[in-house]
Design a binder for this molecule. Structure first.
Ligand code: HEM
Length: 449
């Protein structure tokens, strides 16, 4: 059974649902974050590397040393979170194999956990890592959702979007021209470009972009296990606001559909129509994934290139190199650091036997530094011949739908920035986001000239 099959017996929208909301929130937080936090902290104290990665804030700054400790234990090793891999070959096999899935069999969980998940279920605050989000459902539901969205992301559709990306980048750079002194490049450029692009592509109002950015920043934390209650409540508030916005937006498009992807999703013929919950899950994921990840690619790129001025200068001289540079940034400082899969049956892999129902944590950021595939893996080299073999966009059936769009935004956005401000420099210590799954900067002070 996949997690999708379970729903609460007390509908969240009912009168009883409203009365029980605080208790439901508490149950949801306890089972998704409170208990994992206790467990991970205990493992971290015992020296377990995955526990440390999840609980030690200092490692968010620099997780790569711990990845090497994990690598030294072998391609697939045991950890507090089940199995963990840093190996490119094993990661690729896990991601591509249909013997692994993303769904999770709740029936094997202790009764109290099953009860808390069921009682705490609330579609109005569901995050992108909760079913029926495409990210965490298996076929056939996954196939159905993926088919509906992928036509908006074909190579042809993506290329057709290039002029719009260029125009958006140029208008943001025009606004930057008027700024003096130190500028936060994340706030003024790296966050703005992706949110404007995905809003235009999905047909959601770009004027709401500051709301999306605020909501997205709070909600992104729900990808990490073990959130403190206060942060979890902020994330829930943001998710409720996003779902509320989507309700209004869907109603408006049903009255007056446009040519965009979301209009096509709300007007599907009855035999294909998505339930309200599925529709929310699909669009929330597209919107969130559309900007919460690409901002990190742009920010990480600027910091790496600032630390390697010769390569920045090389790209200025030969802009054809930007494609390779974007791949190398994705490889070396991956915006999504980890994902996971569950074995559907007993599987021999990486020299070990993974039992049915066991979880494998795939450290994408470590697989992208596997010396078996990438010689001298910690070195930043925008001309690295095989950088594109990275797994920053995952692999298999969940391979990032927006990979082509993200690459294009990276190439167009970084090239336009370097042409407008060739002397741009990091002008103060960049601040990392307090996140584990996503890796990027919260603040990036730069001098433009
Ligand atoms: C640099 C930017 C990006 C990175 C690094 C990235 C990374 C990823 C990764 C690693 C996954 C798969 C996770 C897993 O296997 O469990 C994924 C899935 C996904 N991404 Fe991206 N992404 C980026 C940009 C985008 C953009 C611009 C969109 C636009 C809509 C997008 C939409 C999605 C969607 C819908 C999925 C779910 C696919 C599925 O489950 O079948 N991503 N992304």
């Amino acid at each position: 059974m996949s997690a999708t099959a379970e729903t609460s017996r007390v509908p969240a929208g009912s009168a009883l649902g409203s009365l029980t909301r605080p208790a439901r929130t508490a149950a949801r937080w306890a089972v998704r974050h409170g208990l994992p936090a206790v467990y991970l902290s205990r493992s971290a104290r015992r020296g377990d590397p995955v526990g440390r990665l999840m609980r030690d804030r200092a490692l968010r700054e620099q997780p790569y040393g711990v990845y090497e400790e994990v690598r030294a234990r072998g391609p697939l090793s045991a950890s507090s979170l089940g199995w963990v891999t840093t190996s490119h070959a094993v990661a690729q096999e896990v991601l591509r194999s249909d013997r692994f899935g993303v769904g999770w069999d709740r029936s094997s969980a202790p009764k109290v956990i099953r009860w808390a998940l069921e009682f705490g279920d609330d579609p109005a605050s569901a995050g992108v890592a909760e079913p029926p989000s495409m990210l965490v459902v298996d076929p056939p539901d996954h196939t159905r959702f993926r088919r509906l969205v992928s036509r908006a992301f074909t190579p042809r559709a993506t290329t057709a979007f290039e002029p719009a990306i260029r125009r958006t980048a140029d208008s943001l750079l025009d606004a930057l021209e008027r700024r003096t002194g130190s500028v936060d490049l994340i706030e003024a450029y790296a966050a703005q470009l992706p949110v404007l692009v995905i809003a235009e592509l999905l047909g959601v109002p770009t004027q709401r972009r500051e709301d999306f950015l605020r909501w997205g920043a709070a909600a992104a934390a729900t990808l990490d296990p073990g959130l403190p209650l206060r942060r979890y409540l902020a994330a829930e508030r943001a998710l409720r606001a996003m779902h509320g916005f989507l309700d209004e937006h869907f109603a408006q498009l049903r009255r007056d559909p446009g040519e965009d992807l979301v209009s096509s999703l709300v007007t599907l013929p009855p035999e294909e129509a998505l339930t309200d919950r599925e529709l929310h899950a699909v669009v929330l994921l597209l919107l969130g994934a559309g900007f919460e990840t690409t901002v990190n690619l742009l920010g990480n790129a600027v910091v790496l290139l600032d630390r390697h001025r010769d390569q920045w200068a090389g790209l200025r001289a030969d802009p054809a190199g930007w494609d390779g540079a974007v791949e190398e940034v994705l490889r070396l400082d991956s915006p999504v650091q980890l994902t996971g899969r569950t074995a559907r049956s007993d599987i021999g892999i990486g020299g070990r036997t993974v039992r049915a129902g066991s979880r494998v944590t795939v450290l994408l950021g470590a697989a992208n530094r596997d010396p078996e595939v990438f010689p001298d893996p910690a070195r930043f080299d925008v001309t690295r011949a095989n950088a594109r073999e990275h797994l920053a966009f995952s692999g298999g059936i969940h391979y990032c739908v927006g990979a082509g769009l993200a690459r294009l935004e990276g190439v167009v956005g970084l090239r336009a920035l370097s042409e407008r401000f060739p002397d741009l420099r990091v002008a103060g210590p960049p601040e990392r986001r307090d996140l584990q799954t996503l890796r990027g900067f919260e603040r990036l002070p730069v001098a433009l000239r």
